[in-house]
Design a protein around this ligand. Structure first.
Ligand SMILES: NC(=O)c1ccc[n+]([C@@H]2O[C@H](COP(=O)([O-])OP(=O)(O)OC[C@H]3O[C@@H](n4cnc5c(N)ncnc54)[C@H](O)[C@@H]3O)[C@@H](O)[C@H]2O)c1
Length: 330
């Protein structure tokens, strides 16, 4: 099958290798000429010191990527997704299957990627939409380490198709789901709790505190998923708790790293600015706060984190506030 990957960063190029391993022809489109040259000439991953299959090609030309395939894997940061989708809608002339692998919530609108796709892609240009998410550090998948993901679509046939395209019996197993909202929301919100977990570590708190924040954070993710119409089970699955486990205590996680810097005293913008790559969790904290206000949810961790990342509350005072809340049943 011909497959185009839109966004050739850490995750996009890693998925390109997986898709090539599974016997597909893959063309990556990225806006960064250095990445494109590195992939085409050196056959190297743009970020990792890993040689990738030589049949993977890259281009700067969005139209070329879209013309090559009826399957588009969306892998740009969520904040850039709307612009990229507008451009895709302009250049495509037939129906495409959109597979989104980005985890995040759009700034300002708080939209999930499926909602942005709905707004930006004309109805006669979309075959279907599938979100593919789960615990997956690109650093491990590029080394073909065993990983499981979940593919969710309102159309079971499309979820099944993506399950088959991405699965292999060597290192990648994909489960299917019909809960698009649950998968998208869990995947975005785990980044919020990963930042909180990083802040705690940066402040010098121990593993007990981190485990408490993560498990109480799960309660908050579940509330948000349910409020938006997703299923509780999905929040406890690969795209929610699974991804939270891998993100919230790993030095490989950019969100955890960002939190770590905030916990050590940097502002959120300084902490984000020092990473060249995508950090989606700050926006997820803001979106979680807004959703909580809208649906009157009890989200003490996310609400407190919101004040910290916006510079309105010192992390030490925030911790004191969390600890001094009235005691309650679990
Ligand atoms: N890195 C991982 O381990 C991983 C795993 C699973 C999911 N994800 C998700 O995948 C998404 C991308 O993450 P990543 O790690 O590949 O990020 P990245 O920053 O490494 O790569 C993003 C790519 O998008 C391109 N891009 C940025 N702005 C663009 C624009 N306006 N138009 C077109 N292209 C643009 C960049 O050139 C870059 O190559 C994120 O939502 C992330 O949460 C990442």
């Amino acid at each position: 099958m011909n497959i185009s990957v839109i966004g050739g960063g850490a995750w996009g190029t890693t998925l390109a290798q997986l898709l090539a391993d599974n016997g597909n022809n893959v063309l990556i489109r990225d806006i960064n000429p250095e990445f494109v040259e590195k992939i085409n000439k050196a056959h190297m991953h743009p970020f990792f010191d890993v040689e990738i299959p030589h049949n993977i090609k890259a281009t700067l030309d969005l139209k070329e990527a879209c013309d090559m395939s009826n399957v588009l894997v969306l892998c740009v940061p969520t904040k850039a997704m709307r612009t990229v989708l507008k451009d895709i809608n302009t250049v495509i002339t037939n129906k495409k299957l959109f597979i989104n692998v980005s985890k995040g919530i759009e700034p300002n609108t708080s939209f999930r990627v499926s909602q942005i796709v709905d707004e930006e892609i004309a109805k006669d240009k979309i075959e279907d939409y599938v979100v593919l998410s789960g615990p997956s550090h690109a650093e491990e998948v590029i080394l073909r380490k065993v990983t499981s993901l979940v593919a969710a679509s309102y159309n079971p046939k499309s979820a099944l198709l993506v399950q088959n395209i991405f699965s292999n019996d060597k290192y990648l197993r994909v489960y299917s789901s019909d809960d698009v909202i649950g998968v998208e929301t869990g995947g975005a919100m785990k980044n919020a709790i990963a930042i909180v977990s990083g802040i705690a570590s940066g402040m010098g708190l121990g593993e007990n505190a981190r485990a408490s924040l993560i498990s109480r954070g799960v309660k908050e993710i579940v509330q948000i998923v349910k409020a938006l119409g997703g299923k509780e089970d999905t929040a406890y699955g690969l795209s929610g708790v699974g991804d939270l486990i891998v993100t919230a205590s790993s030095m490989n996680s950019r969100n955890f790293q960002c939190g770590l810097k905030i916990g050590k005293g940097m502002s959120a913008s300084e902490a984000q600015g020092s990473s060249v790559q995508t950090v989606e969790g700050i926006r997820a904290i803001e979106a979680g706060y807004e959703i909580g206000q809208k649906y009157h949810l009890d989200l003490p961790i996310i609400n407190t984190a919101y004040l910290v990342v916006n510079g309105k509350l010192d992390a030490k005072v925030a911790l004191q506030m969390l600890l001094s809340r009235s005691l309650k049943a679990e």
